[in-house]
Design a protein around this ligand. Sequence first.
Ligand code: F0G
Length: 353
Amino acid sequence: MRWKGLLEQYGEHLPLTEETPLLSLNEGNTPLIELKTLSEEWGIELYAKVEGANPTGSFKDRGMVLAVAKAVEEGSSTVICASTGNTSASAAAYAARAGIKCIVVIPEGKIAQGKLAQAVMYGAEIVSIEGNFDDALEIVRELSHTESMTLVNSVNPYRLEGQKTAAFEVIEGLGQAPDVLAIPVGNAGNISAYWKGFKEYSRREESSLPRMFGFEASGAAALVHNRVFPEPETIATAIRIGNPASWDFAVDALKESNGHIDEVTDEEILDAYRLIAKKEGIFAEPASCASIAGVKKSMDKGLLKKGSKVVAVLTGNGLKDPVTAMEHSPVQPVKLPNDKEKVKDYIKGTIGV
Ligand code: F0G
């Protein structure tokens, strides 16, 4: 049957009513890809859940489809969010699809090019502040209390409800829950949503539960150090967050699953970023690669048994952030004149095929 998106596919497990519009951009149903080279090198069974294959290129679409559908159901004509980029792209797309307004507040200069281009094209009103994500979130939270706008950040419970469907897909794709689910952590909504999804599935189908391994960027590692980072900094701008809104949910997920929270440096993130592109053919944005960097770090620390089944969530598409790719790739285009012989000589001689 043709895939029609999450509200149709998983509607019975979501808080839908007769009045909820079946909004869809055919989100979900993303690939679960075995990372064969890395599995062999690291002695584990490693898979990637490629969330960059969603319609706006990130996992945010799973939660946004439901949050915007419920906003429409409740009669709202405007949604608002703070964002490091992906939430704003997704909110703008689903608002456009639903025919309502979208306002986004973003940290000036700290959002990847592709994400900004999306929000612009989908027709959102964009406010860029001289502050970080945490400042922006505080502003939109306040506004949504006093004005008639629906907040669609992950503090909106429908966001996590929608995002939990990724856990269902992981179990369905693997035929069982993995031993470990490795995931980047920013505002801590997604780790909380996956855990909710795994628990619900396990109650329904008596499946086992994975251990949740969350990874923050070292410059924004609030959960790891149990303190707010007032000035978060990392190359992985998507997770440049110093005071995660879903802090308590994430701590519960870690405790209940006998999980593990750790930090990865920008260096480790960039290594993982290049590694999965070059060795596995998967281009994910830097923040996403915190999961792979984290798996590597956990292997090195002896926290993962040989042969473990591990699913790493790749939260966003690499094309979102072309500038970081070009700045940190070892490969750059070679410029030659439009001269057949020179081009042939170069390809045969220097590249040596
Ligand atoms: N990976 C990517 C690509 C993200 O965009 C985000 C969050 C995360 C991981 C972290 O997920 O916040 O649920 O822990 N991006 C938000 C945004 C904050 O505004 O797009 P989380």
